[in-house]
Design a protein around this ligand. Sequence first.
Ligand code: ZN
Length: 187
Amino acid sequence: MSDAEGQVAREGLDAEQEARRRLALAQIRQYPDSALRLPAKPVEEFDDDLRRLIERMTQLMHEAHGVGLAATQVGTLQRLFVFQPEEDEDVAIVNPEIVERSEETDVDNEGCLSLQGVSVPVERTVAVTLAGKDEDGNDVHYELEGHGARVVQHELDHLDGVLIIDRTTPEARREALAILRPRIVLT
Ligand code: ZN
């Protein structure tokens, strides 16, 4: 699998799933929304509001057929994201940090639920240890490799206002911006 966040399972969606996907995407901030460029703040309260936010983000991730979603993408500038380290496994991590990373890197294509229609090559660390809190404020850590490591690096970037177009080659960036540029309609 190459897409880190979005457009993973588009083929084979029936009409209802496709309608749900579109509704979910409409609730996810789309480039060039300025929220996507703002750094998120650490979470201090582990309360019902936080748990509701995590529930909503997990649902949106599923409906959008993504494998990760950062709070920034729903316009909430708090440091948390949800992701799927494995298929059918949902994890929410609050105040996440990479505490260890391998030296080895690799390049693969990534998509993003906030950059519809774009897939660009991004270099990422192959293995990382991610530390943070769960929704109740307990310490958690995950050792991730390959796809899972790539997804969490992508989501962490969102919390710092960084997008895949900032991390790709100049040529891929130019092509992506051409896709994202609002079309001018001549009448
Ligand atoms: Zn993204």
